[in-house]
Design a protein around this ligand. Structure first.
Ligand SMILES: C[S@@+](CC[C@H](N)C(=O)[O-])C[C@H]1O[C@@H](n2cnc3c(N)ncnc32)[C@H](O)[C@@H]1O
Length: 203
């Protein structure tokens, strides 16, 4: 199997082989609760789901009245998402997070799950700059982060200091909580945090 997780073939081979230990097979409960709590704010919001994989969350945001764009650069991941989403498959598009352009920019919300920890650590500063550039002032970066001090990945673990270094110049953190073990997949158990960051008015 391909070994460089910055390349689409790494993910293609794993989705094609059904080796997807990160795949929740559902909408994470903490996201579902947040979407319900933010119902008024989310109606009509432009939401980006980068590195969407199977894309379970697309329907959750769409049913909340959001304008959703989900992207992934792996054909096999996109095929899985389209199978999962059926009539909402048109909301998923092949694109590289670091290079795509879209009329919907800037977004009001970016949803993060297992993209940052999928990227080699050398790409993390680019990820931080990219989420800041793609979000409107006041926009929200909401999602899940894998906290660990492991060396090899993916998943590549982060810690609070390193995540702040990526985001603190452009964002204020609004929420931070541990994900209960019973809501985690084995690969993330005890090491997953839910966080929401708000993009500042100026960069
Ligand atoms: C660990 S999987 C997570 C998938 C999904 N977010 C989930 O929670 O199940 C990482 C995903 O990010 C995608 N990905 C990695 N780098 C990407 C990039 N630069 N642009 C778009 N997608 C990317 C991969 O193809 C893969 O589907």
């Amino acid at each position: 199997m391909a070994q460089d997780s910055s390349r689409p073939d790494f993910w293609d081979t794993r989705y094609a082989a059904g080796v997807t230990p990160w795949d929740a097979r559902c909408v994470p409960p903490m996201l579902a609760a947040w979407v319900a709590a933010q119902a008024a704010r989310l109606r009509g919001a432009r939401v980006l789901i980068p590195g969407c994989g199977s894309g379970y969350e697309v329907r959750c945001f769409a049913e909340a009245g959001c304008e959703v764009l989900a992207i992934d650069f792996s054909d096999a991941a996109l095929a899985a998402a389209r199978r999962e989403l059926g009539d909402l498959g048109h909301l998923v598009r092949k694109a590289d997070f670091f290079g795509f352009e879209d009329d919907a920019t800037p977004f009001d919300v970016i949803y993060e799950r297992a993209l940052l920890c999928a990227l080699p650590r050398g790409q993390w500063p680019d990820w931080g700059r990219r989420v800041a550039a793609l979000l409107a002032p006041g926009g929200l970066l909401a999602g899940f982060y894998y906290f660990d001090d492991n060396v090899r990945g993916p998943p590549f673990g982060i810690n609070a200091t390193a995540l702040e270094a990526l985001l603190a110049t452009a964002f204020d953190r609004l929420e931070d909580s541990i994900v209960p073990d019973e809501q985690c997949l084995p690969v993330f158990a005890g090491k997953e945090r839910w966080q929401v960051w708000r993009r500042r008015a100026s960069l």
